[in-house]
Ligand binder design. Structure first.
Ligand code: TYM
Length: 330
């Protein structure tokens, strides 16, 4: 059997180069090695308040970006999570086998909860819904950025616990990280990961940002007190700029060292900006073409949901049978 890959992105705000280099770009490269399912996880997005109109627009925007980035809809399924109700159903079933202590340990929950005035239960249950996304399709491989590794690990723990309570049911998923770019840092503060929600103007490069803006953001990026690149003593800001360059160009470590050693920071930034623009511009052009035809996008999303629903439903049915809850005779 061909192994299955599953991953997802939240439609909350602007996708940035961290999402691309840590996740989406990697999916594009590996999609044909697997049977591939890529989700737009709108039910995850609402674990913190989203303006309904913005959420609706963001779901379509992300579907367009998936296609523009090179997800091949003839091969890979693009699925809006809420259109396959089995995601929510399995999440509840898994909630019942997940100890609260496991969820209390999640670093992302702790960080997000600290930033909210009132913490919804959904934010706490968030990793269980993510485990459901993965286990619903018996995914073998989950390509994510570094910040999601703890959640994939939790999905494994939940699967193991379910299997030991009710018998072998779930496949154990493995994480697959991008070789370079699994953790892109904020350009204004290279000690914090680049995120969709940070508010600083110079924090991230959005995948749909125009070239001028990309140049401006990268030219202002925080570096360190050296004036030229030294790969052995560089600070996190320079390391991050080099990681962005390497991830976009696919250069080897040797090429990077030979080319950048001794380069002044102003020139380094110019080169990083130009490499970023060169990679994003063709994608942005395709994005404009794709989103000019909303019916095309709807068709792709409908086909994705239709293709995966039978697999999802059969997992839920099996889980219910295993747990002993009511399943009508066939
Ligand atoms: P999300 O929407 O926060 O991020 C989507 C993907 O982008 C990666 N990523 C990064 N990679 C490198 N550098 C960064 N600065 C950076 N920021 C984000 C993330 O690791 C992720 O791979 N919970 C998930 C979505 C999800 C999911 C799933 C993923 C829901 N169900 C099932 C895999 C499998 C999330 O919020 O990702």
């Amino acid at each position: 059997m061909i192994p299955r890959v599953l991953s997802g992105i939240q439609p909350s705000g602007n996708l940035h180069i961290g999402n691309y280099l840590g996740a989406l770009g990697n999916w594009v490269k590996i999609q044909h090695e697997y049977e591939s399912i890529f989700c737009i996880v709108d039910l995850h997005a609402i674990t913190v308040y989203q303006k309904p109109d913005e959420l609706r627009a963001s779901i379509r925007e992300i579907a367009g970006i998936f296609l523009a980035a090179g997800i091949d809809p003839k091969h890979s399924k693009i699925v809006v999570q809420s259109t396959v109700p089995a995601h929510s159903e399995l999440a509840w079933l898994l909630t019942c086998v997940t100890p609260m202590g496991w969820l209390e340990r999640m670093t992302q929950f702790k960080a997000k909860a600290a930033a909210q005035e009132s913490v919804g239960d959904g934010l706490f249950q968030y990793p269980v819904l993510m485990a459901a996304d993965i286990l619903l399709y018996q995914a073998n491989v989950v390509p994510v950025g570094e910040d999601q590794m703890q959640h994939v690990e939790l999905a494994r723990d939940i699967a193991q616990r379910f299997n030991s309570l009710y018998g072998e049911t779930f496949t154990m998923p493995a994480t697959r990280l991008a070789t370079v770019g699994a953790r892109i840092m904020g350009l204004d503060d290279p000690t914090a990961k680049m995120s969709k929600s940070a508010t600083g103007a110079g924090h991230r490069v959005g995948l749909l940002d125009p070239p001028d803006r990309i140049r401006k953001t990268i030219m202002k990026a925080t570096t360190d007190s050296n004036s030229a690149v030294d790969l052995d003593t560089m600070g996190p800001g320079v390391k991050n700029l080099l990681a962005i360059y390497q991830a976009f160009t696919g250069w080897t470590n040797d090429q990077m060292r030979a080319h950048f050693t001794g380069m002044r920071y102003g020139d380094l930034k110019k080169q990083v900006a130009e490499a970023t623009i060169a990679s994003l511009e063709p994608m942005q052009q395709r994005y404009r073409d794709i989103t000019a035809d909303p019916a095309y996008l709807d068709g792709i999303l409908q086909a994705g949901a239709d293709a995966v629903t039978p697999v999802a439903n059969s997992t839920v049915r099996l889980v219910k049978e295993r747990m002993g809850i009511y399943t009508p005779s066939r």
